[in-house]
Write a protein that binds this ligand. Structure first.
Ligand code: UDP
Length: 254
């Protein structure tokens, strides 16, 4: 880790300078935060699992034509990604009421939404990621109207594809958060999916029991947090059957 220049350290990941210009190495930590940094903890093995889960999901999305920053996984905790200019907007897609939507509107958790709902949050730790509208985004120049159109179209495709993928393994995709970046190739700019897709930023419930298999286990102190991340990986077929010790050995995820 000391070999490379550290570009940025976030809550769950570190970005290092990549081996070639225009690339970055994304390192996945075990650190977890919730409620705008007020709750902090460590979920043992999370970084390894999220690296693997995000690799898998980004690769599947790329196969259906969704452009992403993901290039390849390098090792247990690192992946090579394209350097993009991150758009400071979190796009949340919701299929079922949960979390802040349930709190804000008093809709009981688990209520199916009449249609998928998209929300935007401005990425700012100081401000606590306030919810914003399209008007704010375009007026303040965080994204151009065309960028936003692309982000919405991609988010809906990701939602349709991932909802089906997760349903196939007995998981309900309740909601999730995406981030996008601008990728410059020659004179052309494309909006691509960035960051990660993992149980850190998706709500995933077991279809039959509604058991939560995501970061809400950490947020709400439900216990068996590591096991939940591992169960998602296992169902995706990217972890051999086995107990928690499976994530600790370097051979497990090869
Ligand atoms: N989310 C995220 N990062 C954030 C806020 C939300 O990844 O900074 C994800 C969260 O995991 C969930 C979805 O976005 O899958 C919707 O989150 P919500 O607004 O309900 O947030 P809460 O306040 O409940 O964490």
């Amino acid at each position: 880790m000391t070999r490379r220049r550290r570009i940025y350290e976030g809550k769950a990941k570190v970005l290092f300078e990549g081996p070639e210009p225009g690339t970055l190495v994304q390192y996945f930590k075990d650190d977890a935060t919730a409620f705008n940094n007020q709750k902090k903890g460590v979920i043992t093995g999370k970084g390894v699992l999220n690296n693997r889960i995000s690799e898998y999901l980004m690769s599947r999305l790329s196969e259906i034509g969704v452009p992403t920053h993901f290039m390849r996984r390098l090792n247990m905790r690192e992946q090579l990604v394209r350097e993009v200019e991150i758009i400071p907007i979190e796009v949340v897609v919701r299929n079922v009421a949960a979390g802040s939507l349930s709190r804000r509107f008093g809709i009981p958790e688990g209520t199916p939404l009449p249609r998928s709902i998209i929300e935007y949050y401005y990425k700012s730790d100081e401000l606590g990621d306030p919810m914003v509208s399209e008007e704010h985004i375009t007026a303040f120049g965080w994204a151009a109207p065309q960028d936003l159109d692309d982000m919405v179209a991609l988010s809906l495709r990701v939602n349709d594809y991932l909802s089906g993928l997760f349903l196939g393994i007995g998981l309900k995709l309740v909601d999730f958060k995406l981030e996008f970046g601008r990728l410059w190739e020659n004179e052309e700019m494309r909006i691509v999916l960035a960051d990660e897709i993992s149980p850190d930023n998706c709500r995933l419930w077991d279809v039959k029991t509604n058991e939560k298999l995501d970061k809400d286990r950490f947020r709400q102190d439900l216990g068996r947090v590591e096991e939940a991340y591992q169960e998602v990986a296992r169902r995706l077929g990217i972890l051999p059957e086995g107990g928690p010790s499976d994530v600790k050995g370097p051979k497990t995820l090869q």
